[in-house]
Design a protein around this ligand. Structure first.
Ligand code: HEC
Length: 166
């Protein structure tokens, strides 16, 4: 639809400028006009979908972080360390090691993976709610701030939420 409009526009505009010394430049430009406009259109489309995605941001409350911290200290710290990056028996749960492992994945994958694999000797030992809380705590230590909305313990919903690291 757009290219049709552009063709009409260029037919109308070009003759006026044909004898102009600038005509060469302008007709060159009008050749690229469809391309430029499609790029513009693409930008608009991708901005719009980014906005749609932005609604699916990670949200959890300070209360979930506090509950998660208690769980972490009791169940996870022994391997992953009190600073989440200084564990002797578990990989770092903060910083670039962690974000590189999880970039491009969803929050649902992180929660599900933790539910199925952690703690290694007692997997799936807590409710999904508790796993969501301990993940909230881990995310809060990865510079994601708590807010007013709680993190749902619903894997289908969490699968829609991309992790922030690129
Ligand atoms: C017995 C030691 C141990 C305990 C206890 C433990 N972990 Fe782990 N954890 C590991 C090891 C080892 C790995 C790396 C191997 C793997 O991913 O299976 C790991 C990996 C992870 C990962 C994935 C890290 C990544 O970058 O891929 C997460 C998330 C995690 N643990 C969270 C937890 C949570 C939350 C708890 C407490 C509920 C916990 N772990 C308890 C040893 C442990």
């Amino acid at each position: 639809m757009y290219s049709v409009i552009i063709k009409k526009a260029s037919v109308r505009v070009t003759p006026d400028f044909l004898h102009d010394s600038l005509s060469g430049t302008i007709s060159k430009f009008s050749k690229f006009l469809p391309l430029l406009l499609s790029l513009l259109l693409l930008t608009v489309i991708s901005t719009t979908s980014a906005q749609v995605q932005a609604q699916e941001t990670i949200q959890f409350t300070a209360e979930q972080v506090a509950n998660g911290e208690a769980i972490y200290k009791e169940t996870c710290q022994i391997c992953h360390g009190n600073r989440l990056s200084n564990g002797q028996f578990g990989t770092p749960l903060r910083g670039s090691f962690f974000s590189n492992n999880w970039k491009g994945k969803s929050l649902g994958e992180l929660v599900q993976n933790t539910y199925e694999k952690m703690p290694p000797d007692n997997v799936m030992s807590m409710s999904m709610q508790q796993y969501a809380e301990v993940i909230s705590f881990i995310l809060s230590r990865n510079k994601i701030e708590p807010g007013d909305t709680a993190l749902e313990a619903n894997i289908d919903a969490l699968n829609q939420i991309p992790l922030p690291w690129q």
